[in-house]
Design a protein around this ligand. Structure first.
Ligand code: NAD
Ligand code: UDP
Length: 345
């Protein structure tokens, strides 16, 4: 096994300064790994790296750069004795992916190809990939298992499915390759310290950060995108999962890959669905006051409900989500209250 000077296994974390990557880096350190971050800060702040270090008491190595830069990756992998990579770096706004398909295919698929090529050259054939429930699209059958039909409803979902395909094709070329494609459902929440959280640029697309910004007074009211869906109260149902549970899913996947070559896909979700109005009510309990809202039309491309069947991750990885909606809201609220305007620039 390749160990660095401190006797810790180093893991390359692309996009490690982002929302999910930063919390995962903190968990990696707590679990005895040493993250080596590669991030171009196109959607994050260098201050995040200092915070991970403050939180864990460990210095964090971070290289500023683009995952599509093969020479940079070669250099990084030659210097750092990494045992695996976790690939978070990517573009993630579903709506934007329809207007910027070149960028989404280039970064999400081109970035994955570039990383795979460099890892293969360096003989580091272990990868955990940030995939998404968006690979399933408009499925009729819920909950969604890993073998449910895959029919992405937008370019973002297409790029995630294509990246999974590339990973499978590359992994088939060498018996050492071990890869886990983790299909996240709806990650929300923040690090319980309040130091790391989601800091979207501009108007949030997603429900939880929008609610948090209404709660802190940055936005006037939530617009609920449709209340005529065939669900409990007519609003959309999603499987919200705490970012710390998600981070633990990565640790479980890394451990699994140590002894299990091949490509493995896992849903990371709770298996429970909540409506928009249920999440709003939970957030009101967390922040202690009512949140203004209005009912708007449906949002183009939205599905009525999307809920994971997380059985495979439980049975194979021994992982399951343990944090409930109240904790997701309490931690988001702590983060938002401590950072009403997001990370300082
Ligand atoms: P994020 O934008 O907060 O983090 C992504 C990080 O990657 C950022 O720090 C950004 O600066 C960096 N980055 C982007 N392009 C890069 C490039 N070319 N080279 C190097 N760094 C680059 O997003 P996140 O919410 O943390 O999501 C991480 C991953 O998880 C993404 O791949 C996303 O598609 C996937 N995912 C996220 C969600 C979600 O709801 N947050 C759901 C499903 C899947
Ligand atoms: N949603 C909403 N108002 C918003 C943002 C989201 O009503 O400002 C709804 C959306 O229609 C969906 C749910 O909240 O039913 C979760 O949306 P999000 O964008 O967070 O996740 P995704 O749609 O990608 O699963």
């Amino acid at each position: 096994m390749r160990l660095n000077v401190a006797g810790r296994r180093s893991v390359l974390v692309t996009g490690g300064a982002g929302y999910l990557g930063s919390v995962t880096c903190a968990r990696l350190i707590e679990c005895g790994y040493r993250p080596v971050v590669l991030d171009d800060y196109s959607n994050s702040h260098p201050t995040v790296i200092e915070r991970i270090a403050r939180l864990t008491g460990e210095p964090v190595r971070c290289i500023r750069g683009d995952v599509r830069d093969g020479a940079l990756l070669d250099d990084l992998l030659a210097r750092e004795a990494v045992v695996a990579a976790i690939h978070f770096a990517g573009l993630k706004a579903v709506g934007e992916s329809a207007s910027r398909p070149f960028d989404y295919w280039d970064v999400n698929v081109g970035g994955t190809l570039s990383l795979l090529r460099a890892l293969d050259r360096a003989g580091v054939r272990r990868l955990v990939f940030s995939s998404s429930a968006a690979v399933y699209g408009q499925s009729q059958q819920l909950p969604l298992a890993e073998d449910s039909p895959q029919a992405p409803a937008n370019p973002y979902g297409h790029t995630k499915l294509a990246a999974e395909r590339v990973i499978a094709d590359v992994a088939a070329t060498h018996p050492d390759w071990a890869a886990a494609c983790l299909r996240y459902f709806n990650p929300v929440g923040a690090h319980p310290s309040g130091l790391l959280g989601e800091d979207p640029r501009g108007v949030p697309n997603n429900l939880m950060p929008y609610l948090a910004q209404v709660a802190v007074g940055r936005r006037k009211a939530l617009t609920v995108h449709g209340n005529d869906y065939p669900t409990f109260d007519g609003t959309g149902v999603r499987d919200y999962i705490h970012v710390l549970d998600l981070a633990d899913g990565h640790i479980a996947a890394l451990r699994h890959l140590q002894t299990n070559p091949g490509v493995h896909c896992f849903n990371l979700g709770t298996g429970a669905g909540h409506t928009v109005l249920q999440l709003k009510a939970a957030f009101e309990r967390a922040c202690g006051h009512a949140l203004a809202y209005r009912i708007g039309p449906r949002r183009a491309g939205d599905v009525a409900a999307c809920v994971a069947d997380p059985t495979r991750a439980r049975e194979v990885l021994g992982w399951r989500a343990t944090r409930d909606l109240a904790q997701m809201c309490a931690d988001t609220w702590r983060w938002q209250r401590m950072h009403p305007a997001g990370y300082p620039d």
